[in-house]
Design a protein around this ligand. Structure first.
Ligand code: C5J
Length: 228
């Protein structure tokens, strides 16, 4: 089935059976006080607006039996996958690998590295651990998507202009059709969020499409009868 999604810059023909809902880095380290985002001097409360829209679409997407993928940014405990440039970046007192209130900052296995409870992965949903901003760099994401015949991605998560946008660009160059969830993405900087969304669909869709979660929910429910 194809669901017509009203989107910018024009309607997106969503094929749920060939689409994955990719939820990027909804981790405690970015959304909760005491994590990596806060260590960089950010007001983490700005990111919470994305939780409700992602949660609503996640429920409908799961009910339809479609593919959900979660990503987490973080590093091995020995930091062997953390390059020196990323480690040195910024002049903050707390760095990646240092101890924080949720364990070591941005390190796999620490509490802060976990996905927030509201969006916890369900059994069988792939979780991609990535050392970079893009979800395709140094991961098996592309292999998983190609293996399942996925050609379209719905991208959500944080932050809009960093990990979501980097992943959008990587996916676009690999031939995936991408729709960015307008209200299911967020930034510490509201102006960057707005600009990143505008950039995604400028020039008649240079990187892809942008739509609110309600547009997808309405289209999916009218096709499947799944109540939302
Ligand atoms: C950042 C991310 N902002 N997930 N990571 O460093 O966007």
């Amino acid at each position: 089935m194809i669901a017509n999604i009203p989107a910018k810059p024009y309607d997106f023909a969503l094929e749920p059976a060939r689409a994955a809902f990719v939820i990027i880095d909804m981790q405690r380290d970015f959304l909760e006080p005491g994590g990596f985002g806060a260590a960089l001097g950010n007001d983490v409360s700005h990111l919470r607006s994305a939780i409700g829209p992602i949660s609503a679409l996640l429920a409908a997407w799961r009910a339809g039996g479609h593919l959900v993928i979660h990503t987490r940014e973080g590093h091995r405990p020995d930091l062997s996958d953390l390059n020196a440039a990323k480690y040195r970046r910024g002049r903050f007192a707390t760095r990646i690998g240092d101890d924080g209130p949720m364990g070591r900052i941005l390190v796999r296995g620490a509490e802060g590295h976990d996905i927030i409870a509201e969006l916890a992965p369900a059994g069988g949903e792939p979780v991609i651990d990535k050392p970079g901003k893009g979800a395709f760099y140094a991961t098996d994401l592309e292999t998983i998507l190609r293996g399942r015949g996925i050609t379209q991605l719905i991208l959500a998560g944080v932050t809009t202009e960093v990990c979501v946008h980097t992943t959008l660009r990587e996916a676009n160059d690999r031939g995936f059709e991408c729709l960015v969830l307008e209200d299911g993405t967020a930034s510490y900087f509201p102006e960057f969020h707005r600009a990143a969304l505008a950039m995604a669909c400028a020039q008649d869709g240079i990187f892809g499409w942008v739509a609110p979660s309600s547009a997808i929910l309405t289209a999916i429910s009218s096709k499947t009868g799944v109540s939302i």
